[in-house]
Write a protein that binds this ligand. Sequence first.
Ligand code: HEM
Length: 479
Amino acid sequence: MATIDSTAPIAGRPSRLTANPFRRVFDDLAVEVRGRGKYPPGLSDFDWERTKQVARDPLPILLGGYEEFGPIFSMRFLHIRSIWMLGPEANHYVTVAHPENFHWRESSFGDLIPLLGDGLLTIDDDYHDRARAIMVPAFHREQVDAATAAMVGEAEAAIAALAPDTVVDVYAWMRALAMRIAMRALLGLDPDDAGKGALAAENFEVALGFFGIDFALRLVRGPGSPWRRLMSARAVLDRIVYEEIERRRAAPDSGRRDILSLLVEARGENGERFTDTEIRDQVMTLMFAGHDTSTSTVTFALYELAHHPDVLARLCAEQDRVLAGAPPTIDQLEKELPYLDMVVDEVLRLYPPAWIGPRRAVRDFEWGGHQVPQGAYVNYCSWASHRLPDVFPEPEAFVPERFTRERKAALPRGAYVPFGGGKRICLGKRFGLIEVKLVTTMLLQRLRADALPGRTMTVRQMPTLSPRGGLKMRLRNRA
Ligand code: HEM
């Protein structure tokens, strides 16, 4: 929901966006007026009930829109008339076939700029591609392997702290663990260092909290407002991250494997390197993109396994056979636990944490027999696409067998997109998958997490999918 402020271009960097909410509303309405006649049919009137419903639980409305209008339709939310493109072909079009028709920065990703600055999620075109090329090596297999050691150490300690026969909020537990892993693997900080690691973790959580509150509250400014809390947290994070960059520049050490160190050393093809500000923005973006996503995936996996004892039994039999109680290696996680892969694939089908791919159309185009005007907000949506019965029969059912190697390969292209696709596919896909599979495996080697009787889980979608209010489960020894 951000617009370009064309009066303030910064040389070599993307244009600044206005943060003035009135200007943004005005610009959004102007875009709609200019594109009149070019929006696909849909639910285009202003409807307060629908707006509330979308804010609370958008999935039924999106699936209803698909049934009524087909794979492309308009829907008004607040003052914005956005366009939804759902289903395999739409996902493929947006992510793989024609990503050049879209920007991320001027979509709702732009709302993240006050915290993330100009990281991969909020930049486009050449500037994005150059930045991504510099970053890709930091996510190669050997670097993720190095991060795996930090994951094992942190997971061991976090699991040891869990007592059987207690009720635990597994979402909060995983969130704390994922934050510790991120501190070590991404920032190279000791999460027990109250001066830095713990302080950074605490402030990052405060900053993230801003993006989970209602849109209207995010506009409030002044003392005590969520915005002020975001700004204070950001100031603390900036200080810590810049100090860490400075420390690495002052005393380079090629033995350091954390992502921040790798980015300080990283060079592009032509020797170009990141400035301190660019490193800061990229690292903050990685923290943001990787934290909620892994947390929610582990939590949803535990929820589904608790409700499918047959799947749980098969999963545990596989891990006992392959691992015999030892922590998994990256090789084992990637090649030797195929049923674990199927379970995680199915969890990410039902609950893809980054459920919406927000975009702005940068030119007029036509798709599915309808026009889309330049400037329109366009979203693809993995969550709704993964629940289309013509693509995934009985879509509500948790059935890992959908993802045997053969059946996965037979899915239409674009049908399954929990990590997006194309040249901007999730940069942390391998990192995130290893983290999710490793923590789930190690937890199940020691404990079982049972659902609490009578408790049903509802899903919250902002900023990513997560169990609303956390997820309390009863732990017991696996024996
Ligand atoms: C289970 C875990 C994860 C899931 C499901 C996930 C999902 C996604 C999705 C769907 C996108 C594309 C969004 C779009 O097309 O609009 C994306 C992009 C991205 N993700 Fe992830 N992610 C996960 C973990 C991570 C981790 C651990 C990191 C970093 C440490 C990360 C970093 C990124 C970055 C930087 C991008 C933007 C890439 C670009 O624009 O070039 N993600 N992720």
